[in-house]
Design a binder for this molecule. Structure first.
Ligand code: SAM
Length: 203
């Protein structure tokens, strides 16, 4: 976890939350319907204000969220009191359960480049056999790392590194595309991974 990024989300939580609550999520919902298995445990990592957790639960993807910003976590619990949110972060994430569906939308580019493979490994470690991971990020940092005005880290995501981490964890690279973010209007890289069966991923 990048401390400056967490601080930025803590300090400006209300502003980000109101932006996310208004955003068009049609593209994300279509991907969820395409790759996730209904009725199965679902995890949203970097769940922000919790809107995706609420939508998932309402559409037969029983979901819970994990979030690093304590301010956003508090707002999510207040906004969606019947939904489950806990504190946690990549790449250290360690829950005692696995999930058939994992969404990690626009989080990985906030991590230092060298930990991206560890973050993918941690996500895949939480995926049940034959489960699907939807991973998205902002691909507009051409190289290296930069920070925005609030101090959030934007790191270049090297897809070859991610593919290698996925292969080592026994996951299949199912799909990738670029869509447009409904909140920022900027491009979003989306990849879908499926964990293999039988259960061969190392703990
Ligand atoms: C760009 S926002 C995306 C929020 C939500 N997933 C969405 O798509 O609307 C990034 C979110 O990830 C959280 N975050 C940042 N670094 C994280 C980390 N290392 N582990 C988990 N969450 C993180 C932030 O606090 C914020 O809620």
């Amino acid at each position: 976890m990048d401390p400056k990024t967490r601080r930025a989300y803590d300090d400006h939580a209300e502003t980000y939350a109101s932006r996310w609550l208004q955003a068009d999520r049609t593209n994300t919902h279509a991907l969820v319907r395409r790759f996730f298995t209904p009725g199965k445990p679902t995890l949203d990592v970097g769940s922000g204000i919790g809107r995706d957790v609420a939508w998932l639960c309402e559409h037969d993807f029983p979901a819970e969220g994990v979030e690093v910003s304590s301010t956003l976590l508090g707002l999510a619990r207040q906004t969606y009191p019947s939904r489950r949110f806990s504190s946690g972060s990549l790449p250290e994430l360690h829950l005692d359960r696995r999930f058939s569906n994992i969404l990690c939308r626009n989080v990985i580019m906030h991590l230092a480049r060298e930990v991206h493979p560890h973050a993918v490994t941690a996500l895949l470690r939480h995926l049940a056999p034959e489960g699907a991971l939807l991973l998205t990020w902002r691909p507009d940092t051409p190289d290296g790392e930069q920070r925005d005005g609030d101090g959030r880290l934007y790191a270049h995501v090297d897809e070859d590194q991610l593919r290698q981490a996925a292969r080592q964890a026994g996951a299949e690279w199912l799909h990738d595309e670029v869509i447009t973010s409904g909140s920022s209007g900027k491009p979003l890289r989306v990849v879908a991974l499926r964990r293999g069966a039988p259960d061969t991923t190392p703990e």
